[in-house]
Ligand binder design. Sequence first.
Ligand code: GLC
Length: 449
Amino acid sequence: MVKKIFLTLCLLATINIHAQINKQKDNRLEWFEKAKLGIFIHWGYYGVNGITESWSMYHKRISHADYLAQGKEFTASNYNPDAWLDLFEKVGAKYVVLTTKHHDGVALWDTKYSTLSTVKHAAAKKDLLTPFVKAVRKKNMKLGLYYSLCDWSHPDYKPVTFERIKTTNKFYPQKGQQKLSPWERFVKFNFDQLEELNAYKPDLYWFDGDWEHKAEEWKSAEIKQSLLKSNPQVIVNSRLNEYGDYKTPEQGVPIVRPEGAWEFCMTMNDNWGYFPSDTNYKPISQIVRTFVEVISTGGNLLLNIGPKPDGSIAPEQVERLEALGKWIQKHKTAVYDSEAGLPYGHFFGPTMLSHDHKKIYLCLFDAPKNYIQLKGIQAKIKSIKVLGSGENLSFERNGGAAWNNIPGILRISVPSENSLDPYVTVLEVELEDKLVLYRGHGNAVELNM
Ligand code: GLC
């Protein structure tokens, strides 16, 4: 009996601890789940030659020495983080994620633990992170720091496939660490650098490269603990093995909505960094549609830019950011005052729901024909209008059997041509009461009128 009581108490305590952790997680993720848009910034040496970030040396398309030599032309001479942030604010982003250190090992801040930084190994001769953080803090925006767990320049990190230059060691002073094994030294190095980054008090850590080692090897659990110790509100993406707080699919829009909080990161052309020969830019319409698809399923879009080595942003990227920002501004109630929309089957297109569930936003990718159809809505409709133009649309309920709770379809008239948005048109359906959905399979109308 005593044993039984003891076990029950243990079970209750475990449930309680889990509930606490989950509650704490929900609370930490609150801002993230409302953010909708973040800007990802891949800024590094690779923009000098216009080659793939870090991977170009991994795949031996360039030697390690030549890769690092790009630093000589990485000037940051037109770097104006306040101007970046003004632009991101205008676009409507609520957070930014900057690559503080990619897989190549080059740090954008003045790290004590290696000389491979934009301060000591680049024409810029500057700490680029501190002014960036200052600029972010002037805005109502959250700070995200990207940090690659793997460091392909580090002498203690097992060589990947490229040949290292013999002098690699000189970049990583390791005084007093001779007694540690190479891997222990490397893990310590990551912890040390992360401690330096903690001083910037990021709201989000965006890890990368976790796939190269297991959680026990990176000490992912300990990393997470130490970050939380430094800032109990910090959140972490899903690339710290299983210790992330939210999912981070990349490049391909998820077909099925990921579970829990999530973010979709995407390039504007086919590369993360500045890559002038890659002109395969996505049209604005695709970027706006992707944004709508993502927010309609409860995620955030983390849209990437790759600034030039001088710190300016290519016009193709500015143009896309501004166009998305203009669209967001016009449809801001549907974007920021909303959450994921209706389940499949009610409307053939993305939808969002206002937080009070009294408004449904219907997104039209193309110009509609005949009429617009919405199904399975039990609540009475107050009005339907086009966001932006304010045009009121007439509507009519057809079919169904209201007395049997079968709502039939709503036929909404097609907006006039000049009400249609060039990218995505949004209709605001205002309900008399909170949304109640009919999710039935259909049945016989047992009592007819
Ligand atoms: C990747 C790559 C990397 C890129 C990143 C962005 O998987 O390794 O080069 O920075 O993800 O999502």
